[in-house]
Design a protein around this ligand. Structure first.
Ligand SMILES: *[C@@H]1O[C@H](CO)[C@@H](O)[C@H](O)[C@H]1NC(C)=O
Ligand SMILES: *[C@@H]1O[C@H](CO)[C@@H](O)[C@H](O)[C@H]1NC(C)=O
Length: 610
């Protein structure tokens, strides 16, 4: 026990002395399935600029048992601290999610390395000692022919700066058939120059003022007389095929928009520009019969997750009236991105990261404007505010009152009604009213019922309608509520409870799904505020529930005594018994109202302002 503890301590100290680097505090190299670093800070992501670190090899083909020398090198002035290097079959490396390592490495030199990502056919080499490295010399040997192979390496400089899955040249297996497409390294077109924005050309960028490698979306335009030069790009995720498209719209909604697509097709290895058109209700994008109408010249590339195109377009091409006229009108510019299949656009989602960026104002292609930001959707915001107020504030308090406060204040009346009933009735009426208004608003916004391509957004309208029906039924039930003594009263109570509970239970996921809609533009941290609120609500309900159980017996006895007294002296006024633990209940109610009011206020401000 003791010796091993000492060894461990020594090892930790040794690690600190050799490898301590304040900027490499948490990151470990690397996961086997995708070579991403482990424990990197959540805010960090792989670098998008070309890597200063390379894998060089001394030969372009291999035989079993033959050494392939490779160097991990750094451009001058750069060092990396951790790395992992692995050999994959070249086809697997780019086409499968979890390629397996083949062959094994030996290190020439003396840094601390270990073997990793063991597979039946091979293993990776990994170093995590944290020392600064600019050249690592290695030898790779395969035991058999694996087919053409390719080395991949991840280089970590510190917690924030790292390059993932950098590629080597392909090392050929002389016995294997040639690679299906002899891929020449993809041509990368020049980056978009953002220094000219607002001065020599017009730009729309999200985030505002970004430099192209860090732009989520960017589109620029330059008036050249008969022709406008467009450049646009976006970061895209996913497997090989994706697109970024710019649309010109008269409003901030999809439908009736002329579109210029920039699509990467991994079969042809080309990134091309096509003209298409967005139809509204139901929304769909259709490529024009002549997809190159108006395009004089074009180029495009996909590199490091960024799809980029450059197109010289006639201002007013003849041949298809669906292509917009760039001479007079101004347009809301939309930039959409998403997946493509064999060069054909797939529908983009409606979530926070997936909805297109839409310019807040209309843009003229003759002006050298420099704008950023996104169009906002006031009806969506109003819907969010109303629904939040209705359910989180009025709904939750009304539910609490009816569940736990029926026997509080037994001798007080407000216009002959008990307090809990007054609160429940009025708050539910408010909830009903706000829900109806919110429901109508969102129907106006969506121009009817909208269907979304994927979950969870897809569930929002469906859940919304179920909740709405429950909300409509309950007041109708309340109108035909039978007397307290009536035989049907328990049936009424049961249905009233069931519809109310269904609505309230569905509302919780509904709120979270709603906040994920891109058009609501809710910042990510707002979700945490609502989660905290939900947690508080659950804790308060649970403690009231437990409290109710604990005081149940006592209250029952008091009630019995009261009924007994009443029977004995029917003429006398005897006040109803106060329930046990009133102070605790009052405090919980107070706590809930305060927390809920604060959260509601914050969220309404967030919805309205964001
Ligand atoms: C690796 O680096 C050494 C020393 O700089 C050099 O002699 C050797 O040729 C390099 N090998 C490869 C495969 O680049
Ligand atoms: C765009 O909207 C304006 C008013 O909002 C309207 O006058 C104009 O005709 C519309 N243009 C097109 C092409 O629909």
């Amino acid at each position: 026990m003791l010796p091993s503890a000492i060894l461990l301590a020594l090892a930790v100290c040794g690690q600190l002395v050799v490898g301590y680097n304040p900027r490499l505090a948490t990151t470990q190299c690397c996961r086997c399935n995708d070579l991403q670093p482990d424990n990197a800070p959540l805010t960090s992501e792989p670098q998008r600029l070309p890597s200063p670190f390379h894998i060089t090899v001394n030969r372009r083909h291999y035989n079993p048992g033959e050494e392939v020398q490779l160097n991990l090198t750094a451009d001058s002035g750069n060092v990396f601290r951790s790395f992992v290097v692995v050999a994959y079959r070249a086809l697997e490396a780019s086409n499968t999610k979890e390629p397996v390592a083949v062959g094994s490495f030996t290190l020439l030199g003396n840094i601390l390395v270990e073997e990793d990502c063991l597979s039946p056919k091979g293993k990776a080499l990994r170093s995590n000692d944290g020392s600064a490295k600019s050249l690592v010399k290695l030898v790779w040997i395969g035991e058999e022919y694996y087919g053409h192979i390719q080395f991949r390496a991840t280089f970590i400089v510190d917690d924030e700066v790292y390059w993932v899955r950098e590629k080597s040249l392909i090392i050929k297996d002389p016995t294997a058939p040639p690679m299906p497409v002899e891929r020449s390294p993809p041509k990368i077109i020049d980056p978009i120059n953002t220094a000219e924005c607002g001065d020599k050309k017009g730009c729309y960028r999200v985030p505002e003022g970004c430099w192209e490698p860090y732009c989520e979306y960017i589109a620029t335009w330059k008036d050249m007389g008969q022709i406008v030069l467009f450049e646009w790009s976006a970061i895209t995720e996913g497997l090989e095929d994706r697109y970024v498209a710019i649309g010109f719209s008269n409003d901030t909604y999809m439908g009736d928009d002329s579109v210029m697509e920039c699509v990467h097709n991994s079969f042809t290895e080309r990134t091309e520009v096509f003209m298409s058109y967005n139809y509204g209700s139901p929304n769909k994008n259709v490529r024009l019969p002549n997809p190159k109408v108006g395009i004089v010249k074009e180029e495009g590339s996909l590199y490091n997750q960024r799809v980029r195109c450059r197109a010289w377009r006639e201002k007013f091409p003849t041949g298809d009236s669906r292509v917009n006229d760039l001479t007079g009108q101004s347009w809301h510019m939309m930039i959409a991105r998403g997946a493509a299949k064999r060069g054909v656009l797939q529908r983009h989602g409606a979530g926070a990261g997936a909805i297109p960026a839409v310019s807040p104002e209309k843009i003229s292609m003759q002006r050298k404007s420099n704008i950023g930001g996104r169009a906002s959707y006031p009806l969506v915001k109003a819907h969010a505010c109303l629904m939040f107020l209705a359910w989180v504030f009025f709904g939750s308090i009304a539910v609490l009152m009816t569940k736990y406060f029926k026997n509080m204040w037994p001798n007080r009346r407000f216009y002959e009604q008990r307090y809990w009933f007054v609160a429940h009735f009025n708050f539910m009426a408010m909830c009903f009213l706000l829900t109806v208004i919110g429901f109508i608003l969102i129907f106006i916004e969506a121009d009817g019922y909208s269907e979304f391509p994927d979950l969870p957004q897809r569930a929002h309208p469906i859940l919304g309608i179920i909740i709405f029906i429950c909300v409509l039924i309950n007041p109708i039930l309340a109108l035909i509520r039978p007397d307290e003594e009536n035989r049907c009263r328990p049936v009424f109570n049961w249905f009233h409870w069931a519809f109310g509970t269904i609505a309230f239970v569905l509302m919780i996921p509904q709120i979270f799904i709603g906040m994920d809609f891109g058009k609501a533009m809710v910042p990510w941290w707002a979700t945490w505020i609502v989660m905290l609120w939900a947690l508080c609500h659950i804790i308060i309900e649970l403690s009231l529930e437990v409290h109710q159980c604990c005081t149940h017996k006592k209250n029952k006895e008091r009630r019995k005594k009261y009924e007994h007294q009443k029977r004995e002296n029917p003429k006398l006024y005897i006040p109803e018994p106060e329930p046990a633990g009133r102070r605790f209940k009052r405090f919980m109610l107070f706590l809930h109202v305060v927390i809920t009011s604060i959260v509601t206020l914050i969220m309404i401000i967030v919805f309205a302002v964001a």
